[in-house]
Design a protein around this ligand. Structure first.
Ligand code: GSH
Length: 155
């Protein structure tokens, strides 16, 4: 597939797709849980993970990959209109997330999860995509400060 990340297992098997890799690590190292602790929590984390990956990360990625000159070689064809069409989707999602985070600390509830990781990756990709987070979104700013200062985020 010529994409990263790829997890090369001890027997040489190569596992790709970020969420598949995360699921494997969750199974072999379930503590601390990053995908929920029971059926209800796992479903809620999955709901937010899919929303953030399909609705937020991909909107940021398309904005970046279809508008940045450095991406022209990788994104063939690069369609500037598609990049531009995704920019307002990102801004809509930021507003939505700010409202959601008004009454809970993390994306999927009271605990840090894979949904926060995906949202943090998307947020950091906003920089090369040249999308600024509006200063008025204070709940989102508080969330970003908390998750981006975790040791794993700065590793
Ligand atoms: N759905 C895949 C996406 C993998 C992906 O697109 N990775 C990017 C880097 S973040 C890549 O390898 N890009 C190289 C290219 O497009 O040629 C996953 O979640 O792992």
């Amino acid at each position: 597939m010529q994409r990263v990340p790829v997890l090369v297992m001890d027997d040489g098997f190569c596992l790709s797709e970020s969420v598949a890799i995360c699921r494997y690590f969750e199974e072999v190292q379930p503590d601390p849980p990053l995908m929920g602790r029971d059926a209800r929590e796992r479903a809620i984390v999955e709901m937010w993970q899919r929303r953030m990956e399909l609705g937020f990360l991909y909107a940021v990625m398309h904005t970046f990959r279809h508008t940045h000159p450095h991406m022209a070689e990788l994104e063939v064809p690069q369609v500037a209109e598609w990049g531009a069409a995704n920019r307002p989707r990102v801004l809509d999602m930021l507003e939505f997330l700010d409202a959601e985070l008004a009454d809970r600390p993390f994306i999927a509830g009271d605990a840090f999860s894979i949904a926060d990781i995906t949202t943090l990756v998307a947020s950091d990709f906003m920089k090369p995509a040249k999308i600024d987070r509006p200063e008025s979104l204070t709940n989102l700013a508080r969330w970003y400060e908390v998750v981006s200062s975790r040791p794993s985020a700065t590793a």
